[in-house]
Write a protein that binds this ligand. Structure first.
Ligand code: C2E
Ligand code: MG
Ligand code: MG
Length: 466
């Protein structure tokens, strides 16, 4: 079982004690509602109460999403016990504040480090005051196993009917506010109206539509070249999924991949991208062009016990050897369960498939952990390219990362190369491979052969790739 899940279970046990707290509001509610006040509801219970509340005529409930900042880092650096203690403390603060309020508040836990509060009927200012009081309490240092831990939280708020008429819509708006609060370190943010095209309702419709889009092959896969910078020859390509939606226009993968991870649709999505990429790889091969293709996979794929078998079958389907495939994974993903992550990587590599660590430098992995990871390629995040033409501080980070990657025997790729100056600086730092708009934008697979110099096409007889 994934460690993250274990944490949740342990935490649920920790919350058991809180369930016995009885709220003062118990006496004021109808009998079937009394059990909901003054205790922490699980996701299903919370939704049931929330749906009932929003269906009540003239009800104007307010939904608050509370998320602990950097919770993953707390778990990672202080251990899962500390993470559990932090979750239990935050739950206790929420219940205490909710019970002390002069209006009715239900508290629930959505999972991991996210809590929700539903305020039955309250003025905007009263709800804001409750949110501010919660943030203030959470910011007070917590004693965790004789260590004082300072945590912070971000809250997003949405109110019916102005932000939506369904609980899912309110949740989406509140979550957007929470993310805004997190980015701005501002504690509390009220959700706001969206443009017609970007309404939360349409976003939800969009996510509901993803399954259909995958099944009907509405999604497309583009390929972006990775070039050997010394002679600008093609080293390989990265597959990037594209969704040209019939109503909403182009939808960015940055948007729907995260949603697909949350809904579990990521398994189908990754399978589709893998299948399409290997099919394309086979077509190039049949045109006598050998190109290695990299596919982005999420942790949920990697930690899925059937995943290696899926990859093996797809390689077999197109009669391709594993070495034509690279799987790109991100640092953050692996840290959720380092041991299982490493084992999964080892299983994949036994197929001859290579592993690249994507967006390197943006996560929290320790260098010693990275050193133990059986990866083949380090893809340095494009954020480190900013200002390097003028020799800014990123230059030192890039120099050290490239050197470290090379010393560890990894292939180093820098992504997001946009200018000749950046390419020249990278070459000087010893980086062999670059990917970015300077060389080529992502393009349909049929255009890739134009990127290949004639001498790179192999001669007859054609070797069997598998
Ligand atoms: P990534 O894997 O780091 O992919 C590189 C992203 O940088 C791509 O964005 C690419 O179009 C963009 N890019 C490339 N060169 C440049 C440049 O010179 N300048 C700038 N500003 N950007 C550049 P894209 O296609 O929007 O994908 C965003 C992210 O979505 C990807 O980041 C990857 O994490 C995820 N993603 C894309 N396709 C898939 C997929 O099939 N499966 C999964 N799980 N994730 C995917
Ligand atoms: Mg990638
Ligand atoms: Mg990347």
């Amino acid at each position: 079982m994934e460690k993250g899940l274990k944490t949740e279970q342990t935490s649920e046990r920790g919350f058991g004690r809180l369930r016995s707290l009885s709220g003062k509001r118990a006496v004021r509610e109808t009998p079937d509602e009394t059990h909901t006040w003054g205790r922490l509801l699980d996701r299903a219970e919370f939704f049931a109460v929330a749906e009932r509340m929003i269906d009540t005529p003239s009800a104007e409930p307010t939904l608050m999403v509370v998320n602990i900042d950097e919770f993953r880092e707390i778990n990672h650096s202080l251990g899962h016990h500390a993470g559990d203690a932090v979750l239990a403390t935050v739950a206790r603060i929420l219940i205490t504040q909710a019970t002390a309020a002069s209006f009715d508040v239900v508290v629930g836990r959505m999972g991991a480090d996210e809590f929700v509060l539903l305020v039955k009927d309250a003025w905007h200012d009263d709800t804001s005051a409750l949110a501010s009081a919660i943030v203030k309490e959470i910011r007070k240092p917590i004693d965790v196993e004789a260590v004082k831990v300072s945590i912070d939280a971000s809250i997003g708020i949405a109110q019916a009917p102005r932000h939506g008429n369904t609980i899912s819509t309110l949740l989406t708006v509140a979550e957007q506010g929470m993310k805004q609060a997190k980015n701005g370190k501002s504690g509390v943010v009220w959700g706001h109206h969206q443009s017609d095209k970007d309404t939360p309702q349409s976003r939800l419709v969009l996510m509901g539509d993803l399954g259909r889009a995958i099944a009907e092959e509405e999604l497309q896969v583009y390929f972006q070249p990775k070039l050997k910078m010394s002679n600008r020859s093609l080293h390989g390509v990265e597959a990037l999924v594209r969704w040209p939606h019939p109503i909403y226009g182009f939808v960015s993968p940055a948007e729907f991949v995260v949603a697909a991870e949350q809904t579990g649709q990521i398994h189908e999505l990754t399978k589709f991208v893998l299948d399409t990429s290997l099919k394309q790889c086979r077509e190039w091969f049949d045109q006598r062009i050998e190109i290695r293709v990299a596919v982005n996979v999420s942790t949920r794929n990697l930690l899925d016990t059937n995943f290696t078998e899926t990859v093996r079958r797809l390689l077999q389907k197109y009669n391709m050897r594993g070495e034509y495939l690279v799987l790109e994974i991100t640092e953050g993903t692996l840290m959720r369960d380092p041991d299982r992550g490493r084992q999964a990587i080892e299983r994949i590599r036994r197929l001859g498939v290579e592993i690249a660590l994507d967006d390197f430098g943006t996560g929290f992995s320790s260098l010693s952990y990275l050193n133990q990871l059986p990866i083949d390629e380090l893809k340095i995040d494009r954020s480190f390219l900013a200002g390097i033409e003028e020799g800014g501080p990123n230059l030192a980070i890039l120099r050290a990362s490239i050197l470290m990657g090379r010393e560890m025997g990894k292939r180093v790729v820098v992504e997001g190369v946009e200018t000749e100056e950046q390419a020249a600086a990278l070459l000087e730092l010893g980086c062999e491979i670059g990917q970015g708009y300077l060389f080529a934008r992502p393009m349909p697979g049929k255009e890739i052969p134009n990127m290949v110099a004639p001498k790179m096409r192999f001669n007859t007889p054609v070797r069997n790739p598998a």
